[in-house]
Design a protein around this ligand. Sequence first.
Ligand SMILES: Nc1ncnc2c1ncn2[C@@H]1O[C@H](COP(=O)(O)OP(=O)(O)OP(=O)(O)O)[C@@H](O)[C@H]1O
Length: 596
Amino acid sequence: MHHDKHFLKDLNNHTSLQCIAKKILLRFQRKDERIASLETENAMLYLKLANLRGEVSSAKEEASASNAVLETGDRFKMNVKQRAGQLCLEAQNLKSELSKIRALALDMPHQIGQFLQRAKTVVQHHSAEFQSHSSNITALADQVCQLQNTLSDITDQHAREKRRRQELHNLLMELRGNIRVHGRLRPLMEFDGENEDVSTLGRPGTKSEVVVHYVDDENVCVRTSKHNKVFEYERVYSPSEKQESVFDEVQPMLTSLLDGYNICIMAYGQTGSGKTHTMLGSHRNDDYNPSQDPHPDEGVIPRATRELFRLIEEKAPGTHSIEVSVVEVYNNDIRDLLSSDPNAKHDVITGGDGQLSIPTVISKPVDTVYAVMCLVQRGLRTRRETATLVHEHSSRSHLIVTLTVTSKAPSFFAKSASVDSNLSEVGLGKKGRSLSQTWTNDQLQGIGQGQVPANQQPVIRTKLQLVDLAGSECVGMSGVKGVALREASFINKSLSALADVLGALAEHRTHVPYRNSRLTHFLQDSIGGDAKLLVLLCVSPAQRYITESLQCLGFGQRARQVQRGPTKRRLPSSVEKVTAADGQSSSRMRSGSSSR
Ligand SMILES: Nc1ncnc2c1ncn2[C@@H]1O[C@H](COP(=O)(O)OP(=O)(O)OP(=O)(O)O)[C@@H](O)[C@H]1O
């Protein structure tokens, strides 16, 4: 207000105005300069402030970094402290262990000394024992030497005894005759009472009435209002006797097979009497599994095959081999059941060595029971069967399973030589054995004494023929017609040819009609000569089959009369005069196929 008063005074005073303006301008200039300097100062202060803030924050960061370093340092210190404590403990433990080791080390020489002392005692003890043993060893070596000598004596003696046993076995077989007849009575079956109520089965007055009775193991009797007859055989099996009992009687014959004899085992009987059951077993249509134990139902064929392989296993390896063929004789034709063309025709041929063979029939090498039974099963699938009034699987053909054994058996000749000298009258000669070539008596003796090299030893071939014959039947009773009637007629013809052959043998006829039927011609080797034949008569017990049963039992009785008794002593040489099947003489290699 004071200045404003001056200003107003000055306004009035124009000269002073200029001066005043100048002063004011100066004052403004000064103020502007002051403001500028203050702003500059202010900016400087802001800059300083910013610098200071930057310094403060980096100081803060440094401070926190220093804190972290300090913390790490503290932790490290703690760890170092802990570790130092642990190390201290460990050092103490080590120290105590060290002191123990030291104590042990100090004691060690003492212990080693004791151990050495004990070892010395043991060594002394053993060396004393060793000395006493070594003096015993010399004595024992002497004893072993003596025992070895005794053992070799006993082995020789055993071999001699074994040979002797086999000789006696063959002698026994020979004395029993070459044809044996056994009777097997089967149990009463449901089909025996045709159209009868099961409750009346076996009752007197019915068709199934039991008329064939087991008496004892040698006799069977037929008792009806018209008949009262006893039939005697070497062995009779009761209806309750198992397959095993039948095979027990068959088994010894197989030993003879490996001794060079042809063997034939045949089941004879009417339709449904148990032939196939006896020869093959009731499980014949199942898949055969021989890896298991023998099935209790197994018949003669699988059992004989198993036994044959068992006997061969006892022989020297590689000396025996087996081949099998499966054929049927159907309507007097030989059909090869292993062939892809079973209807092809085959003929029995007599070879240069006199041996009968059917070269066109397949004979397969086999080395197990399984292989044999698979082939038999294969053959059975092709075999002719028909359902008859008697039973639904009636075999319409004769089935023949032939096992041919080829053996290189020098011991056989040694045996024969001793038998010949021991049993000059009985003379188990060399007939029936099929040799690969002609040998003189001296040569045979040489073979027996091991003087002939292995590759020059003779080969022997023997046959085991197992036959399931077709059923002998009364045509009216089996109710067959047409083709089946024709089959029945062929079956009956061939069975009557078989009866004729056995009859001719019984009567010692010079001509034996083997060639009247293919069945007898094919079996000639096994039913004539020195071959051993077992006829198993299968018989039904029922009244219904009385005619067939009497026929069958009568057939067996006639066959039994083929008692050739002890065979005559024959020339040991393999070349001799034989009578051919048709009654003509010829000089040729014996093959077990001579006729009488
Ligand atoms: N001893 C027996 N024990 C038990 N069953 C038997 C006996 N014999 C035979 N059979 C049974 O009787 C039936 C007829 O037997 P099988 O087939 O063996 O007669 P077959 O004589 O071979 O007849 P075919 O000649 O018509 O073929 C079969 O069911 C069989 O199992």
